[in-house]
Write a protein that binds this ligand. Sequence first.
Ligand code: URA
Length: 450
Amino acid sequence: MRMYDIIKKKRDGRFLTEEEIRFVVDGFTRGEIPDYQMSAWLMCVFYQGMTKEETTALTLAMADSGEKLDLSAIEGVKVDKHSTGGVGDKTTFIVAPILAVLGIPIAKMSGRGLGHTGGTVDKLMSIPGFSVEVPKEQFIRQVNELKLSLVAQTGELAPADKKIYALRDVTTTVDSLPLIASSIMSKKIAAGADAIVLDVKCGSGAFMKSYENAVELGRTMTEIGVLAGRRTCAVITDMNEPLGHMVGNSLELYEALKVLSLKDVEAACAKDRGLKRLVDVSLTLAAYMLAVGEEPNAAPSADTLDACRKRAVRVIESGEALDRFADFVKAQGGDPSVIYDPEKLPVAKDKIPVYPSKDGYLAYCSAEEVGMASLMLGGGRATKESTIDVTVGLELLYTLGEEVKKDEPFAYIYASENSDAEGAKARLIRAYDISETPTKVGTVILGSIV
Ligand code: URA
């Protein structure tokens, strides 16, 4: 087989066999295929696309390129969730303890975040004493006992994806649907769960700006998951503004703990649209995960999902989900009192008010720009080597459609001495368009693929 012929075949719009795709992935990972040929091939894929079979072959070849987690020592159907990436997404901290209480094992190994906010692991590091480096035996034991462990990835899952992603990043081939779908699913498949619920974000802060593209990505990933023997479904959710009010590592954990402390979820959401968006996405994901965890072979009906959602609400309101979170934190060396008193989480010392550019109604938000403002404060990593400040971030007081006044703060910046607070402030203000008349706002759950 020659890389030259495989590039030409794809360039001419013909389909590649599984053997040819494995040849490309394995050859590139071993360093036998040079970057210039791989770049040419990626660009051909970008323009010609891939069939479902080709995308699945690419996914499996990348998943097989490194370590694959064996979670078989964990009892029950292991359900994982994955978000395609958004701003202010703290749903894992809400969903994971709910499912653990309801008996669904959550065994999640996450990478550190790259980009505008930290990842799950970075956010957990804001808990005093908490360790994300847990030996494999403890991880398995803890999931069997508490049904919950969230740890940092140790070995390398899907190293081929990492190498290919780095090349995509510099050859403008990131936003190709088969390449995104295979990149995400290769890591999910290597992470070992039996069932996967995908949160496909759609809008100004997401890879997929249009609903049609988000559905296509969700459908492609779902098909790959099923062909790889994993029960997979997807929820399409709005990312035209950050999820909830807080953006930043300890701030996002703080907001998630506030949700887990609610005594009347519906009443709290009725008063607060930002909270409602966060709760809606969290409860929808929890409902799908619970449904596929309990009945992996059936497509969940609307009634089943509704019942699952109600059970999720009950374990929040009873305080059981918060208690489980505290047990999980204690098991991983953290201070569980923080869970009941989130004011104890570290937060940057300067709280700076930010005023909107004029009076009016928030009509448009570039969620990506909001994320970039948080990055300027030091809350994310520009490169894998950058250190992260878990204490900085943003508090957004209003959501789209709401009225703001130019002499009243519409947000706060939490900054430390190394933050570019002025830059972040300017970027945050520019992220919003303000209109004179109220604009229509949509719902946060846009669709699903089961
Ligand atoms: N997330 C990934 O892991 N890969 C992509 O290609 C895009 C988003």
